[in-house]
Design a protein around this ligand. Sequence first.
Ligand SMILES: [Zn+2]
Ligand SMILES: [Zn+2]
Length: 571
Amino acid sequence: MEIHQEASSEAQAPSALSNAEIADRLAGLAQLLSTQKENPYKVKAYHRAAARIRSLSDSLDELVREDADLTQFPGIGEAIASAIREIVLTGKLRKLETLRGQAAPEIASLADYPRLDPKRVLRVYKKLGISSIESLRENLESGEIESVLGLRMAQHIRQGLSEAHAMLLYRADDLRDAVEEFLLTKCAVKAVQVVGACRRRVEVIEEIAFVIGTDDFPAVVRRMQRYGGRTTLLGSSSDSAVFALAAGITLRLRLCSARAWGLCLVTETGSEAHLKKLEAVTGRLTSLPGEPAFTTETAFYRNFGLAYIEPELREGHDEVERAGMGSLPKLVTEADIRGELHAHSTSSDGVHSIEQMAAAARERGYEYIGISDHSQSLKIARGVSVDDLWQQIRYIDKLNAKSDGIRILKSSEVDILADGSLDYPDDLLHELDYTVCSIHSRFGLNREHQTERLMRAMDNRYFNILGHATGRLLLKRPGYEIDMDRVVEHARQNGCFFEINSSPDRLDLSADNARRAAAAGVLIAINTDSHSMGELELVRRGLDQARRAGLAKSAVLNCRCWQKLVSLFRR
Ligand SMILES: [Zn+2]
Ligand SMILES: [Zn+2]
């Protein structure tokens, strides 16, 4: 496919600001405010507004000039709306200019790096006796920051200095929706379907891709350059165009005829590895004039004797072979989930009470919800003391006696201490219905020690589910190192289980690790780790991972009723 640069005839006059430029100024203000003694919520509000604005399809510049109400957008209140008006109408933000003028140069320059936490950077500056972004970069590359201030600090600095070119799937989903609506309402496309990594539900997204149907592709490409005020076209051909979105990732549009729609979805959705395996079966993945071109994906698969392959499975594992043998798994769905096994309450760091969490679970049609607050050693998350947990157990018994349509399970997210012991005495653990056991400290232990630590913890008879198995935070920090095969085997022998933690920045187990655990016959809970009622919805994020791992409902712990679980949880 030929890609060539194309100058836009409809590009706006340079005086109009793009949403990205407006967002940069708001983020800069947030940065400088945070070095002052400013209310952290205000700082966060500016950062959040900046992130929202980067995904917005409407041009804020135009809206301001039309005198539209900017508070119609979530995350934009009166103060931020008036800041945006000032930026558009004067090209400046007085508050930002003032703060920049007052700040020392080493602080002023932080306004240009919104992903760096100024407080942390100033700590590095002080410790290493440096005062510029250049020195910061040099000390990062030489390993000085890591050796003096630790791995986490080095990771933060590395992330903050790099250009954003990826985002978490749940944020990409919002952007996908906004772009799709823009294509349908502002670009007059006739048909649109998201494809690529987004459709496969990959947890970190670098490109959003759509297959579109239209009679005038060049017009669509021109209009898309007006997205968010101004969006850069990186290149285009007669049937394809790539844009740099303000949010830091790319957007790819692929023109496709109705006649070949199904084939196009297949070739644009599968990973490279998947397409290679598919091509080995079908001979080729293009259609020549006069040949069948497949209007639907199902027609395509059927033609080659294959069962329909769910998009989440199109990664090039064994799905093509299994589609040929008719032995693909029936993937777990939201309707199969019967309860929640990892939720926090106000007893530790949650925002809603046990009763509220239970009500929210009942509202979702669940049969049970496990309250697993943090254990005593996790002071930072207001871990529950031994005495308080005893009380909570009796309290939940009382609530259940009143039984109003949902069973509350007595649980705890028990810290796995550095030596592999659990954070409560056995007599207390014995009173719980089950436990989720997690690592929240000493991430720096080496692979051997970390693996031993987990295996020792699993030797405790009250260990049931391993919480967020690797501790990874997507786009923030890799997990700690463990020998996953040994841990999976040990879990299998000891009757322990894993969770897929549905928090969008964890999604831990990863799909690959979940696939491994399931292959060994170890059941997996899809847990939200909710800290509020609303977060129970995150189960959809965990389901994405479970489906990518090829899990049927029989492989999922919380697709079982409580009676079944009782017999599975050794106590
Ligand atoms: Zn945890
Ligand atoms: Zn938790």
